[in-house]
Design a protein around this ligand. Sequence first.
Ligand SMILES: [Zn+2]
Length: 172
Amino acid sequence: MKCWPVPSSSSKKIPLPDSPGSFWESRSDGHHCGVDIYAPEGSDVVSVEDGKVIDIGLFTSSLWIPYWNSTYCVLIKNTTGYICKYAELQDVNVHVDEQVNSGQLIGHIGQVLNSQNVTKESPSYIKKLLKKRKLSMLHFELHKAFPIQSKEYLGGNWYGSKKPRHLVNPAL
Ligand SMILES: [Zn+2]
C-alpha cells in the first residue's frame, strides 16, 4: 500500500488475526472477506495505489438485513494488477473508468449499522460492535481478479465452505 486508506483513522495498522474486523474472522455462519478499519462516519477514504475504477455498487441495504443502512462500494484495479474493494461508504466521489492516483479521495465512510434494528437475535459480532459504538468503518478487500458475484457472498462475508479463489489477505 502506497498510502493508508483512511488518513484520519487512529489506527494505521491492519487488524491482527482473530481480532474484531480481521481477515477471515469467523462470524456466526460466515467468514470476513476483508479487514475493517474503524473511523467516524464521514471520514475520507482514499485510494491506496494508482489505478482505475472498474465498478461501483450497493454494498449493504436494510432490504437484505434489517440492521444495515445503505452503503456503497468502489472497486479499483491497481496498476499492480490487484483489485481493491472499498466498502461501507456513504457516498462515492469517483466514477467508473476514472483513473485515480494513490491518496485520491474516493468517498466517505458511512454508518453501516442501524443500532435501532440490532436485536437479541443479531449475530454476536454485530452486538459487540454496537456495545463498542463501532457503527462505521471502511470494509477493505483485496482480490487477485474481479470478485465473482456469488450467492455465498453478502456484505463482505462469505457463507460458502471453500474460501473464494481470488481473495487475498490484505495483511500479507
Ligand atoms: Zn468488514
